[in-house]
Design a protein around this ligand. Structure first.
Ligand code: F3S
Length: 381
């Protein structure tokens, strides 16, 4: 077993200062959110590390929540996942719970379960949640690794670097998009293109139509897929806390052709066998979203990914059963990269998430196309 103690965890938090030669400095955090929870990603080696840490008896010192895993941890989930993967995902949950982590299994903690306030310092590890917290809420968090967020949660502090320092929140370039953003897929494609153009620089982005919540979420999730920066300054959002230099920023203009170019990368020659919605997780699903799902004309099965809390609310209100009758399965606890896709043998799917399509192709090797929810619910054939 790897000897894990407070000193070892502090070494992890001091790592960023080793490279720069600066004196290590920590900042107290009020919340943590841990990714690297899916058995698909961490495998046996990651699970063993979690067993080792949980056996030390250390507990998290701040409210700490978990990203989605590989399967739903319920009888329904067990039926749709191979037994050993289901058991291993369950053991991951037990290890975290032993450390005092709240097993929310959701990637939208900023909407429910672990909602930060402006100015709070956090140690969050899910890139889409990091980007939303910094860019929309005005909280302060770097893009932590899964183990970095866990170490910070156990210590109650993280490295005072990057966007925890006011000057680290200044934009380094300006990105302008000449077209309109009329749906969440265009927003995702713009985020993906902006992420590629920005690299590790925080961009200041100007574009029409980005302020609707579903589009902001898909824009930031896709930005975090192709780019490394933990924050975007979106024109029209309340200004984030930073110094905002007056100096002229280097300007990059994205054209409609750039957006089409991203969408073309996700074109698929195969007809979809299922519809996937909820990357990032749908939280507090609105009556409007539900009625769109129920009124769809497509005969394809639909899978909606959300938190167990939202699924329980749907069950209590009777909506879960009505959706099920309409061919809509609500999956809790799991990422869109879900073990059920393997069990059910889907080779080609369609989603409204650029981030989801990217990972489904690259990690699950499933052909994933893109359509906005509006089109998905209108019917695919
Ligand atoms: Fe969430 Fe998985 Fe998408 S963690 S953001 S559903 S890739």
């Amino acid at each position: 077993m790897w000897a894990i103690d407070r000193e070892r965890l502090l070494e992890l938090l001091y790592l960023p200062f080793r490279a720069s030669g600066e004196k290590p400095s920590l900042v107290r955090i009020s919340r943590a959110h841990i990714s690297g929870v899916s058995y698909l990603n961490i495998g046996e080696a990651g699970l063993q590390l979690l067993r080792d840490i949980s056996e030390t008896g250390m507990k998290v010192r701040v409210r700490t929540t978990l990203n989605p895993g590989f399967s739903e941890l319920s009888d329904e989930g067990r039926a749709l996942c191979d037994p050993s993967t289901f058991n291993e995902q369950n053991e991951i949950a037990r290890c975290f719970t032993k450390m005092g982590v709240t097993p929310t299994f959701s990637c939208t903690p900023y909407l429910e379960g672990n909602v930060p306030k402006r100015g709070e310092h956090l140690a969050w590890a899910e890139s889409s949640a990091v980007l939303y917290s910094n860019s929309v809420i005005g909280a302060w968090t770097n893009k932590e690794s899964g183990i970095g967020a866990l170490a910070a949660a156990l210590i109650g502090a993280t490295s005072r670097t990057g966007v925890h320092v006011p000057s680290g929140r200044d934009p380094g370039l300006r990105v302008e998009y000449e077209g309109d953003v009329n749906d969440e897929v265009t927003a995702g494609a713009l985020g993906y293109a902006a992420g590629e153009a920005s690299g590790d620089r925080i961009p200041s982005v100007r574009s029409k139509g980005l302020l609707a919540r579903d589009r902001t979420i898909e824009f930031l999730a896709a930005f975090g897929t192709s780019g490394a920066a933990p924050m975007v300054v979106i024109e029209g959002m309340p200004p984030s806390i930073g110094k905002h230099p007056r100096k002229e920023l280097k300007r990059t203009t994205l054209s409609k052709r750039d957006i089409t170019g991203v969408l073309e990368r996700f074109e698929t020659g195969n007809p979809p066998e299922a519809v996937l919605i909820g990357c990032p997780h749908l939280a507090r699903i609105s009556a409007q979203e539900l009625s769109e799902l129920r009124n769809r004309r497509s005969n394809l099965p639909v899978y909606v990914f959300t938190s167990r809390r939202t699924k329980a609310r749907l069950a209590q209100s009777g909506l879960l059963e009505r959706l099920r009758k309409d061919g809509v399965t609500v999956v809790a606890d799991a990422c869109v990269m879900w073990c059920g896709l393997r069990t059910l043998g889907y080779r080609s799917v369609v989603t409204n998430s650029v981030k989801g399509a990217h990972y489904l192709r690259n990690q699950m090797h499933i052909d994933a196309g893109l359509e906005p929810l509006r089109e998905l619910t209108r019917g695919l054939t």
